[in-house]
Design a protein around this ligand. Structure first.
Ligand code: CUA
Length: 344
């Protein structure tokens, strides 16, 4: 009963525009352009084929008379006609050639790194690592390759302005199986393939706001709940977010019971909370968990109540997820929840 309610809330929070037909970034615009060109070409061909078909149906619906006066239902035979053979070989060839040109142009716009980026562009590099069933981001701090900011599921990026283009370059990797990163309004799908670290994509947008998407490659039981949220913010908002993410976790003495339990239970084997001995790398980094709006692969709105249910038994909410229930007492669950909710 309760997990269903949580799901509904998550679904409502994802009820944003995810149409490839309302692009907000150059790669997504290229893809829409390609879609329109291909659809228009197909519609044009369909109109010609149906036109000829209906014309023939109407024109030749009665038997015609042969020279000797006998009726026949067969049309005049044109087998071996050179002009017709040439026409229906050249025309499709030309159509395919023109479509190929448009597709190659789109490929360059979508995949080539420096495409249309002015010299002044300030590039943000992010490594995206797909996990069953959540996303990990390693964000390069401006001008410094390391150490990057590590966060999960919700990515914040700066908006471009007329003076300062801010393209985002993603390097896509996988920790387990194939996933696919897809925010329809920002760019097309690109796969995250285990063992292959070369897959890249880019986007840039001037429109601030929340963009949602999801894993677009079947990756196991909870593939459908491997959701994506990208927050496009003004440069100042983004820098403030990044500065907070860069800090070690807040250390609030009023939740020290929870911290103590977190550090002595199995939590530390999978999760990192920077500034504490918790250095697990298997699950999402929780250093600033409470600064996020959702958790569990953007599936669940982050509220104390939802988080508490999750800690008590993740399997009841997200069957098959890799976090087990630890059978903690209700008191301990309360304390851990309070501790995690303090990690702004
Ligand atoms: Cu990850 Cu589907």
């Amino acid at each position: 009963m309760m997990p269903k309610l949580i799901l509904l809330a998550a679904a409502a929070s994802q009820a944003l525009d995810v149409s490839t037909l309302s692009p907000a970034s150059p790669p997504a615009e290229s893809i829409r352009f390609l879609f329109i060109v291909v659809t228009a070409a197909a519609a044009f061909i369909l109109a010609i084929v149906w036109g000829v078909l209906f014309y023939s149906l109407l024109k030749f619906r009665r038997p015609r008379l042969l020279k000797d006066g006998l009726p026949t239902t067969e049309p005049p035979q044109v087998y071996g006609s050179l002009p017709i053979e040439v026409a229906w070989t050249v025309a499709p060839g030309l159509i395919v050639f023109l479509l190929t040109l448009v597709i190659v142009r789109t490929e360059f716009q979508v995949h080539v790194r420096e495409q249309q980026q002015p010299e002044s562009a300030k590039i943000l590099n992010v490594t995206v690592i797909g996990h069953q069933w959540w996303w990990e981001y390693v964000i390069e701090r401006d001008g410094q390759r390391k150490p990057g900011v590590v966060t999960a599921n919700e990515l914040h990026i700066p908006a471009s302005t007329a003076e300062q283009p801010r393209p985002i370059y993603l390097n896509l990797r996988s920790a387990d199986v194939c996933h696919s990163f897809w925010i329809p309004r920002l760019a097309g799908k690109t796969d995250l393939i285990p063992g292959r670290n070369k897959n890249e994509m880019w986007f840039a947008t001037r429109e601030t706001g929340l963009y949602v998407g999801q894993c677009a490659e079947y990756c196991g039981t909870q593939h459908a709940h491997m959701l994506l949220r990208v927050y496009v913010e003004s440069e100042a908002e983004f820098q403030a977010w990044l500065a907070n993410e860069t800090k070690p976790a807040v250390d609030d003495p009023s939740v020290r019971n929870g911290k103590q339990i977190f550090l002595t239970e199995s939590c530390v084997k999978c999760h990192t909370i920077r500034g504490t001995p918790a250095q697990g790398a298997f699950g999402p980094n929780l250093t600033h968990l409470a600064a996020r709006e959702t958790f569990a692969g953007c599936m669940i709105p982050l509220t104390r109540d939802n988080l508490r249910k999750w800690i008590r038994d993740p399997q009841e909410i997200k069957v098959g997820c890799l976090m087990p229930a630890f059978g903690l007492s209700e008191q301990k669950i309360d304390w851990i929840t309070d501790y995690l909710m303090s990690l702004k």
